[in-house]
Design a protein around this ligand. Structure first.
Ligand SMILES: [Zn+2]
Length: 233
């Protein structure tokens, strides 16, 4: 096998190694990351808070209404119990009674409105919780899939690294250094395939003598135009 072919195979492996390790990095960032669930969690949190506040308001209204009813009973018993005979006092009590009834009516109206709000908020909360549950399940399944994929990728990476070592053994130190140097400066691609006399990396037509040297594969021949190692496959 020619040096250029070995370097070309090495490059294929390096591409696969870099793809697999990038995928592992993506997975590592996603594992345990609950960011995607946050909007729904916040929505549910807001509904819960809204519901608690409406329930507090409901209790307050109930207490206010209860005390207004107790007052009404007290005023009624004074008014109709016969103990109060002074007309002025009766008039005051009558007035107080009217006011109490008015405020009880207002309290009833507010309570009705509150109950409607409560019902709506409870529905929103139930919907939100159901959606959150679905999203959490999908998230967990996805986490599980990614964890499995990572295990596979890790074994693939080990396998690729072994293959790479096998190929590297067939290459000299100088060739490997040249490959690494060009790879570092040419966006990860050190070897260019030659097809129909053209360098496929830069598209330039190679001079005949260069093509012949590259085809012989006894030494590393670089493309004059893009500087990559030529491989005639
Ligand atoms: Zn080229």
């Amino acid at each position: 096998m020619t040096t250029a072919r070995l370097l070309f195979d090495l490059q294929e492996l390096d591409h696969r190694l870099s793809e697999a390790s990038s995928r592992v990095s993506v997975i590592d960032e996603s594992l345990g990351n609950r960011e995607a669930l946050k909007p729904r969690e916040e929505e549910v949190g807001a509904s819960r808070e809204g519901l608690r506040s409406l329930e507090r308001e409901q209790r307050n209204l109930e207490m206010t209404a209860e005390s207004a009813r107790e007052k009404t009973v007290a005023v009624e018993s004074k008014l109709y119990g016969g103990s109060v005979v002074n007309p002025r006092e009766i008039q005051d009590l009558d007035h107080e009674m009217t006011n109490l009834k008015k405020s009880l009516q207002k309290l009833d109206e507010r309570m009705l409105e509150l109950l409607m709000n409560l019902e709506q908020t409870q529905e929103e909360l139930q919907d939100g919780e159901a959606h959150l549950k679905q999203e959490e399940e999908a998230w967990s399944q996805n986490q599980e899939r990614m964890a499995q994929e990572k295990i596979q990728l890790q074994s693939e990476l080990e396998n690729l690294a072994d293959q790479r070592q096998g190929i590297a053994k067939g290459l000299g130190q100088q060739e490997l250094q040249l490959y690494e140097r060009i790879r570092g400066s040419k966006g990860g691609q050190a070897v260019a395939r030659v097809e129909r006399g053209l360098c496929r990396s830069c598209g330039v037509t190679l001079p005949t003598h260069q093509l012949q040297r590259a085809r012989a594969g006894r030494e590393s021949v670089l493309c004059d135009s893009c500087g990559r190692i030529l491989y005639v496959g």
